[in-house]
Design a protein around this ligand. Structure first.
Ligand SMILES: O=C(O)c1[nH]c(=O)[nH]c(=O)c1Cl
Length: 312
């Protein structure tokens, strides 16, 4: 059975990997994802130029009803050089995605110049969708800024690069962002990041469950699956075929992975469920996915990808 994918000439023997931010801040965490026999790659925690402690705690919470998570981590990370060292020293057969999230256009450009001039030969994920840095907007909700950044990036950057997008909720917004992204030689688009600025209340204490920003944080997990699938589907339908799709959001079962592939995903990322279940989740999901393909008589994900049916 063929459960592989290809992006920008990189072969992925498995389509599953972590979502940026989950089990990927330290080299030990990154190694644990790479070491799994059921991951095709790993993505780093989004890097900022220097080390960041992030927001005050509590800043992460798993909903008691199991429907998802809320986080306002605030971009805690070991700093750009730490991840540059990791990705350039880590010689593995699995591709590595180097995620960057500068707090300004200049920070992003500076980090990308360093990557361009480095020995790193993996893929870059430009995170344009962090919802949790107080005072900073989710860049990809601003079309002009997004186009401006990508124009400058591709004036010098030649290595495989994709963008991590926030969820969109309006058909015209799908049209707008796709029109912008289609202007650039992107290797991939990753949809979605958490749904920004949700609010979860503790039923015992009538208090928000996370401290930063008065309790507002990015929402993930099963609760976001319908939005995640819609974004993967809408972007797949609009983007040039040369731009591959990474589907993220709401994955807790092989069926969820299968549905992301039906909507057009080449790779599928696991965030909240990985945080909850640990790296054994990858084996469970791939085996559940394989069982679905067998049951349906498919031998390859190529027979499934993008084949979502509509009601004529
Ligand atoms: O608060 C975070 O670190 C964070 N949290 C998210 O849910 N998405 C992001 O892109 C980031 Cl950068």
């Amino acid at each position: 059975m063929n459960l592989t994918a290809n992006i920008a000439g990189f072969n992925f023997d498995h389509i599953l990997l972590n979502a940026a931010g989950v089990v990927c801040q330290t080299s030990d965490e990154l190694d644990s994802v790479l070491a799994s026999d059921y991951t095709g790659a790993v993505v780093t925690k989004s890097a900022t130029p220097s080390l960041r402690p992030g927001n005050v705690s509590p800043r992460y919470h798993e909903l008691t009803n199991g429907l998802g998570t809320i986080n306002s981590m605030g971009l805690p990370n070991e700093g750009f050089d730490y991840y540059m060292d990791y990705v350039t020293q880590k010689q593995t057969d699995k591709p590595i995605f180097f995620s960057v999230a500068g707090l300004s256009k200049q920070e992003n450009l500076d980090m990308l110049h360093k990557i361009e001039e480095s020995e790193f030969n993996g893929l870059v994920e430009l995170n344009l969708s962090c919802p949790n840095v107080p005072g900073k907007p989710q860049t990809a909700y601003d079309s002009e800024t997004t186009e401006e950044i990508l124009t400058e990036v591709f004036s010098f950057f030649t290595k495989p690069l994709g963008v991590k997008l926030p969820p969109y909720f309006d058909i015209v917004h799908f049209d707008n962002i796709a029109n912008i992204l289609n202007k650039f030689p992107l290797a991939f688009v990753n949809a979605i990041n958490s749904i920004g600025n949700g609010l979860v209340i503790d039923e015992e204490t009538d208090t928000v469950v996370i401290k930063p920003k008065g309790g507002f944080g990015g929402v993930g997990g099963p609760i976001v699956k319908a939005t995640a699938l819609a974004n993967v589907r809408a972007l797949r339908q609009r983007l040039n075929p040369s731009i591959k799709m990474v589907g993220t959001g709401g994955v807790t079962s092989g069926r969820d992975v299968y549905e992301h592939v039906l909507c057009g995903a080449d790779l599928v990322e696991v965030g909240s469920q990985l945080a909850i279940e640990g790296t054994s989740v990858f084996e469970r999901l791939e085996k559940e996915l394989a069982a679905i393909l067998t049951e349906k008589g498919y031998n390859s994900l190529d027979e499934v990808r993008g084949q979502l049916k509509i009601i004529e």
